[in-house]
Design a protein around this ligand. Structure first.
Ligand code: MG
Length: 238
């Protein structure tokens, strides 16, 4: 197979570490527990349950940018706090604000991310970011980690009303790049959104296995990397 000419990348779990989330919820729960006199562990567990329940209800709309981006995390904290007996209306907003500031200081790129983006740019390989999430949240992550100008094209699902794995979001990136799908890699950590999505769009999917997947896929994707520097070989760069 000839080397690929264009590269699309996912953000969370691919370029940006996402293994800090549990730590953020725990830290916020501890602060709230002190403030409201409740059990921190019970609150953190309630947050996890509330997250999955509420995500099932509104996650799709949230990714499409159809609901106020702040409403989802605030409602999750409202439900979690209610579970441990805190029903003060201001508490959920306070919890969400605390969560946002705690998370913003915990954002970290993977070790090789900046180097790989710089090298691709230097070698004239056009790149697009394709990320699922609300505009404000995803763009704040790019700014906080200094990679907002590292891509030729940035596609955030919340700005377009469509999210991975829908082929339409990949088509937006391809058209922005002027790229041919069959000669474009899409690199991501999610087997459904990224690998399945890219395959459906006629691109070459690359699964990045960061070793954090809850379970191994039944069917191993064709191209698997553990580090973004492995892309150099797929692009014919020495
Ligand atoms: Mg991801």
């Amino acid at each position: 197979m000839s080397p690929a000419r264009w590269v699309c990348l996912d953000l969370d779990g691919t370029l940006l570490r996402d293994d800090h989330v549990d730590g953020v919820v725990r830290a916020v729960s501890e602060r709230l527990a002190e403030r409201f006199g409740v059990d921190a562990e019970a609150l953190a567990a309630a947050n996890e349950t509330a997250w999955w329940e509420y995500w099932t209800e509104v996650g799709d709309s949230w990714l499409r940018g159809q609901i106020d981006p702040e409403s989802l995390p605030t409602e999750v904290w409202r439900r979690a706090l209610a579970t441990v007996g805190v029903t003060d209306a201001a508490a959920a907003a306070e919890a969400h604000a605390l969560h946002t500031t705690t998370e913003s200081t915990a954002l970290r790129l993977y070790d090789e991310s900046a180097e790989v983006l710089r090298r691709l740019s230097e070698r004239g390989v056009p790149t697009a970011l394709i990320t699922n999430g609300p505009s404000g949240l995803q763009r704040a992550k790019l700014r906080a980690t200094g990679i907002e100008d590292a891509f030729d094209v940035v596609i955030v699902s919340g700005e377009h009303g469509v999210h991975k794995p829908d082929p339409a979001i990949f088509a937006l990136a391809l058209s922005g790049l002027g790229a041919t799908a069959s000669e474009t890699l899409h690199v991501g950590d999610d087997l459904v959104a990224d690998v399945g999505g890219a395959r459906g769009a006629g691109m070459r999917p690359v699964w990045i296995d960061r070793g954090t997947a809850a379970e191994l896929p039944a069917e191993r994707p064709e191209t698997v990397v553990n580090d973004l520097r492995e892309l150099y070989g797929l692009l014919g760069l020495d």
